[in-house]
Design a protein around this ligand. Sequence first.
Ligand SMILES: *Cc1c(COP(=O)(O)O)cnc(C)c1O
Length: 363
Amino acid sequence: MSDVMARGMQGDAEPQPAAYVRAAVAAVAAYTPGEQPSDPAVIKLNTNENPYPPTARVRTAIAEACRDLHLYPDPSARRLRELAAELYRVDPEGVVAGNGSDELLSILMRAVIDPGQSVAYPVPTYSLYDTLVALQAANAVRIPFGDDFVLPAGLFAAPARMLIVCNPNSPSGTVTPVGRLDELARKRRDALVVIDEAYVDFAAETSLDLVGRHPNVVVLRTMSKSYSLAGLRVGFALTRPGLAAQLAKVKDSYNLSRLAQAGAIAALEDQGTMLAHAGRMRATRSRLTAALETLGFEVLPSQANFVLARRRGEALEALADALKTRRILVRYFAALPDALRISIGSDEQIDRLIAALRAILAR
Ligand SMILES: *Cc1c(COP(=O)(O)O)cnc(C)c1O
């Protein structure tokens, strides 16, 4: 009897759909992205997007690229990678461009991890790591952060072929000093050390220097947050050329569309806009943090474009629901029931959030 029939047979009934896919796929719970409402009036503070839309320059570059849509894009995204290499001061051959950094995480998992092997990371963190490890039929070694979100020492000893550190971390917004990651890469030459820098443009320091110093470091960047391009899907893996060539074997050949490459090039060429938006959001972050503390929340020191606001021992799901009734979305995680993750919106959006919180909490 075939595997499908063995796993799916229930009397004379048809096999269940799950019987036709790998057991690891059937067993995994689908990753749940933050809600994307269709109502444009909703204030979205739930998925860490940039509140400021891309510039006219980016829109024009994308419009111009439309003329050539009958032709395949550059499979290696050479111009985009060269620009990224110049900006991040790495070898252009050490840059892999991805359809968002999510694709690069998926490429890393497929390129590095065999079924049954282990991937270690501190938790709570970006929950897509769990999903990708499970899809690979691999083992997640989840090492809990303490209350202070200092990098757990257990990561240095974790039996794993890949270590992932999200830095700044989500959903805490906290950072691990680069010196500590340098030490991790040095002591764990047996493992690939992936540093997910999705939020680093809102932070004080980057781990990019570690690429030059260690053969086992991959830094991931995305244009989704600081560059206001979540809808375009562009990210980068930055590493040594030899490893980049191995990773590139695993990607789809045309993983970045012409529109994505054109828009990303225009956005990278305009550092001024990104830096101005990030600076503005850092100021809004300070203002929101102070207001939340006045309202009785504990706020972890954030270097990202969101804050984690806690009320110890209180279940905050009802508060998230009450905000939603007022058409304000924030992120609630069942794993952190006394906390809400709030993205840094525009000043106007954050003012409306603070007013809504005041009204709800006063009841
Ligand atoms: C948003 C995010 C990503 C995904 O970025 P995309 O480039 O949009 O796929 C990866 N890692 C972390 C930690 C993120 O928050």
